[in-house]
Design a binder for this molecule. Sequence first.
Ligand SMILES: Cc1ncc(COP(=O)(O)O)c(C=O)c1O
Length: 411
Amino acid sequence: MRVEPALASRSDFPILDQQVHGRPLIYFDNAATSQKPLPVLEALRRYYERDNANVHRGIHELSNRATAAFEAARARAATFINARTADEIVFTRGTTESINLVAHAWGSKHIQAGDVILLTEMEHHSNIVPWQLLAQRTGARLAYLPVTGDIGLLDLDRLDEFLTARVKLFAMTHISNSLGTINPVAELCTRARRLGIVTLVDAAQSAGHRPIDVQEMGCDFLAFSGHKMCGPTGIGILYGRQEVIETLPPFQGGGEMILSVDFHQSTWKHAPHRFEAGTPDISGAIGLHTAMDYLDGLGRTNIAQHDQELGAYAYAQLSRLKQDIRLFGPHIGRAGLVSFLLKGVHAHDVVTVADLFGVALRGGHHCNQPLMRKLGVESTARASFYVYNTTAEIDRFVEILGEIQKFFGVS
Ligand SMILES: Cc1ncc(COP(=O)(O)O)c(C=O)c1O
């Protein structure tokens, strides 16, 4: 047993202080969504109690306040990932919408029949399906950089073979949501960029877990979701390098994104506003601003270290079950999550019984169906950690897995 206390104060997260099925809640479903700290809840409440109004169009005091807070959140997102300017930050509903935006706006301008869009075999469905739809619209083709079996690393030795002259875009996840692999995205972007290939990084699992510097990474696009990093649901970010996004056509049409509308044609605002049709998620942006401040208060380097310690500890404890468990993802250098299968027990049964013990896990294909098929499984059970989790919770979780084995008569 080792003691790694929570990094954040657990009292900042009132939701954790409850019993589920008569047991203290252990929340290990953070890769799906994180819990929200009190400062974020208070920022949402303050906004609706004092400042709520629509942004950009108003001249009255409340609208000015709401606009200032919304644009301050954009500027904060720029510093959070070290974008050069707030004009490189587009507010979206989340990672999924950010990637769809690129597939439509960038894809419609730059992709033609015969072009190749390079992905990896460990992508989430939201970094596969938008590209499939684009390929169907244009006659382009998808290619996948392989993953090396249960250990879950990208086969980097084969990268040159995949970076052919036909590849126009390379879209890759930073951290795999089902394997816990941390990909060397700066190296991947540099190698692609040398060949004139545009890059997109899916930072859904990394933005709230480690420092992100888009200039150092050298990506053209980066996508992430507020709800996985202590922020509200319904808000996300697309970073687009200025030289790339300012030349793109709109994604959706409507109010807010236009300069002028005539009966038969319209002109657009400059980026990022060109990509934000309709009333945005104002409170979401304000909550996300507070979430970014909260995470930087903890220190993202500290968060990355805490994640890695919990991930490594969980992996080591589960490895002691030897032939009774199949573990997925790298042995060392993993993110703060573990995916596993208990021998003789379906992943959904593990999750259902763990819930009766107060432990929130996730079981299924984790929106990684092609990867699951490649690994020869339908699903895995997954425990994923965040700033409020502790090694004591992991010890309890491992004990509960022992109970589950007894329950199903497999130990
Ligand atoms: C790696 C990865 N990409 C994309 C997504 C999609 O995020 P959202 O549902 O917030 O758009 C997720 C969500 O689990 C994810 O883990």
